[in-house]
Design a protein around this ligand. Structure first.
Ligand code: 0GY
Length: 290
């Protein structure tokens, strides 16, 4: 039986952010869930979310002052990418996607995903979300998608980085790290665990990072001031390789965040107009729209 965590619905009435993003801003990490009646959740899922359909996502995008979205396939839909692709196809070119595939994926399916606007695959190493996939299988998937010009998004827990790093650095594509590598805010920015991740970003220019999900890491809650130093350090050091997203509809969080408060976090980590332009427009456009 799938676990039923994740039923917490997204915020019903987010506040209007005080910060207004630059023209052409991209929400580079969000999801669509269902609707279940049309796109059933995968039998092997680890949680069952509430429906979060494309119409709601597009309405939130407009409300928050964003122009485009990158829709990441969520584990509750596993390898059935239809809900994500349907959203891409309804977006009038204003959404790109990141898919989840197995090595059994056919060339036709890869072509279908590519045509729809998929630009990457996600390798998920979070044990509570997915079953284990052997590294050699992932290597074969990487070799199949690299010629398409796609990248690989990796989602992992920071304590697992030492074990995963040799695999990550062997990947033949751009590698995009989810949620700042999930640092432990209690330990602080200078903790060796977090600094190891910074060193990886320094040494390997093909690594990018999403400065996302303060709501998952905070110990103090909105406005997420305790997470600011983590996002700020990454934006400052790797200005040309950071992207940002809402993570709407926020699967598996304990408290549904106010998406307006998440947008108001942006100018705290990207403090100049130049950094904001890179984070919200230039970088995601380079990664997803070229
Ligand atoms: C996220 C976070 C989570 C879930 C998923 O694929 C997923 O189901 O991504 C999570 O529970 O941490 O990246 O949005």
């Amino acid at each position: 039986m799938p676990m039923t965590r994740g039923y917490i619905p997204f915020h019903p009435n987010p506040s209007k952010p005080k910060y207004w993003p630059p023209a052409g801003a991209v929400d580079a990490h969000c999801h669509v869930f269902g609707p279940e009646a049309k796109f059933p959740y995968a039998p092997e899922r680890k949680y069952t979310p509430c429906d979060a359909p494309k119409e709601k996502l597009f309405a939130l995008r407009d409300f928050l002052g964003f122009d485009k979205s990158v829709i990441v396939q969520a584990s509750c839909h596993s390898k059935d990418n239809r809900a994500m692709v349907d959203a891409l196809e309804s977006s009038a070119g204003r959404a790109k996607g990141v898919a989840f595939v197995g090595e059994e994926v056919s060339d036709e399916e890869l072509k279908w995903l590519d045509r729809a606007g998929v630009k990457g695959v996600r390798f998920n190493f979070i044990k509570r979300l997915v079953d284990f996939t052997p590294r050699d299988v992932l290597q074969r998937i990487a070799a199949r998608i690299a010629p398409l010009g796609w990248h690989i998004v990796v989602y992992f827990e920071m304590p697992d980085l030492p074990e995963l790093e040799p695999f990550f650095t062997s990947l033949p594509t751009t590698v995009v790290v989810d949620h700042m590598g999930t640092p432990d805010v209690k330990k602080g920015v200078d903790h060796p665990e977090n600094q190891r991740f910074h060193r990886l970003m320094e040494r390997f220019q093909n690594f990018w990072v999403k400065v996302t999900c303060p709501e998952r890491m905070t110990l103090t809650g909105a406005p997420y001031d305790d997470v600011v130093p983590f996002g700020r350090a990454l934006v400052e050091r790797f200005t040309e390789r950071v992207i940002w997203g809402t993570d709407w509809p926020h699967p598996n969080v304990k408290v549904a965040p106010d998406d307006g408060a998440l947008v108001d976090y942006i100018p705290k980590i990207a403090t100049s107009a130049t950094e904001q332009q890179a984070l919200l427009v230039g970088n995601p456009m380079r990664l997803y729209w070229t």
